[in-house]
Design a binder for this molecule. Structure first.
Ligand SMILES: [Zn+2]
Length: 427
């Protein structure tokens, strides 16, 4: 796969993976197409050398793995981690609001959303819906409107002269997406709207009534390669679907001799503490089953390594003082090793050294990031996974701009560089 093919497929993945549920469904489809089989957590597993499998939890987290020629406790697993979720606006349980003849939906803010860029975008809506069937059973299905069905219009500057200086955003009041015009009497029932959408996308679903849902708005603008020299990739959810996609491509193209694993967790943006999150038991439970018993599990975790891949902050030319002078990663200059003495990142000299050697073997440049000493450091699934499993870990990621905006920006080369380093790692 060359750089053009990589980015073309990355854009298609970003456009299809509009929610963590859709991201996992997309990854499962690609895995199945390459001979991976789905395992159920409540069934017994037949794990043999050469086996290629995946496990899904909550529809929004996935662990995919290849069993190499040596058993995992003997040789260890080469693991890559990323997260499937991105900051967004999620529909409230009783969402219908009509004001001034407009039908709007109440939203909750999921994760650390950069709110300003959500105004004046063509928004669509996607997620998971739970419904009762005509036979009385509870079922769930994914829906995605795929086209612009809502928008959050800005207040005109004429009505707020201070807008460019001091406009702040009240998330309860200012960001309700507007869907259509309607009066109080003919106000749509949101669950009825969802029922017709369900029937449209899943004509055989026999839905009697929609019970509940996890639905998020997203930008309907497709991801694109942009810039005068087409050096950049712009798109929603680059944090962290870029890493999910990159890890997946590296896993799919491994030669199968070494045991390799990809874990993509939901709920990173809200702290990872959930049944499907990195602070939950999913990965540990899979590794225990791969090991078989407690002593083998200890050997497996001792001999394994995790590359936690999540985007880094590139140094922004308009705000260069937000970075340490010696640690300002540039776009298209390679993946970034993230270091933090206070363990907000899990990298240590041993894991960082190994990553540098992997990158050098593929002629991939590497950059370093530490946060300014007078600023607080972000974190990712790396330290949590390391703490949950005891596996030595490194935090890396491609440099980006506008992290947590509705449209983020990365360099065209960096995802591909990371892919090559991970492919080398899985060999
Ligand atoms: Zn992230």
């Amino acid at each position: 796969m060359n750089q053009q093919q990589f980015n073309q497929q990355l854009c298609e993945f970003l456009d299809a993976a509009t929610t963590p549920f859709h991201a996992v469904a997309e990854m499962a489809g690609r895995l199945e197409a390459q001979g991976f089989t789905a395992l159920q957590e409540d069934a017994s597993w037949d794990l043999q050398a050469g086996g290629k499998h995946f496990v899904i939890r909550n529809g929004s987290s996935i662990v995919a793995f290849v069993i190499g020629s040596q058993s995992p406790p003997v040789e260890g697993m080469r693991m890559v981690g990323a997260h499937t979720d991105s900051p967004c606006l999620m529909v409230k349980p009783v969402p219908e609001v009509t004001r001034q003849g407009y039908f709007q939906l109440g939203v909750e803010v999921y994760g650390g959303v950069l709110l300003n860029p959500w105004f004046d975008r063509d928004l669509s809506l996607a997620g998971r819906v739970a419904y009762q069937c005509e036979d009385g059973q509870l079922r769930t299905a994914l829906i995605d409107y795929r086209e612009a069905v809502a928008t959050i219009p800005s207040l005109a500057i004429h009505l707020d002269k201070e807008a460019n200086k001091s406009r702040s955003i009240n998330p309860q009041k200012d960001i309700l997406p507007l869907l259509c015009q309607s009066g109080d009497d003919d106000k749509p029932d949101f669950r009825d709207l969802l029922k017709s959408r369900l029937l449209q996308e899943h004509p055989d679903c026999a839905v009697q009534q929609v019970l509940d849902y996890e639905l998020a708005f997203y930008d309907s603008q497709a991801a694109a390669i942009i810039g005068l020299e087409r050096e950049f990739i712009a798109g929603a959810r680059l944090d962290n679907l870029l890493s999910c996609f990159t890890g997946l491509q590296a896993l799919l193209r491994g030669d199968g001799t070494a045991s390799a694993l990809l874990v993509c967790n939901d709920h990173e943006e809200v702290g990872s503490l959930s049944a499907a999150g990195a602070q939950g038991p999913l990965l540990r439970s899979v590794l225990k089953r791969l090991a078989g018993h407690e002593q083998a599990y200890a050997a497996l975790t001792d001999r394994s390594m995790m590359i936690s891949a999540d985007n880094a902050h590139g140094i922004h030319p308009n705000y260069a003082d937000r970075h340490d002078d010696n640690h300002g990663p540039l776009l298209n200059r390679g993946p970034v090793i993230k270091i933090n003495a206070n363990q907000r990142y899990a990298s240590n000299s041993e894991t960082a050294g190994l990553f540098r050697m992997l990158a050098a073997a593929e002629n991939v440049p590497v950059q370093s990031f530490v946060v300014r000493t007078d600023m607080a450091c972000g974190s990712t699934i790396g330290p949590l996974t390391a703490a949950e499993t005891g596996i030595k870990t490194i935090d890396v990621g491609v440099p980006t701009f506008a992290m947590h905006s509705i449209r983020e920006l990365a360099g065209r080369w960096d995802g591909y560089y990371l892919y090559r380093a991970l492919r080398e790692y899985f060999k």
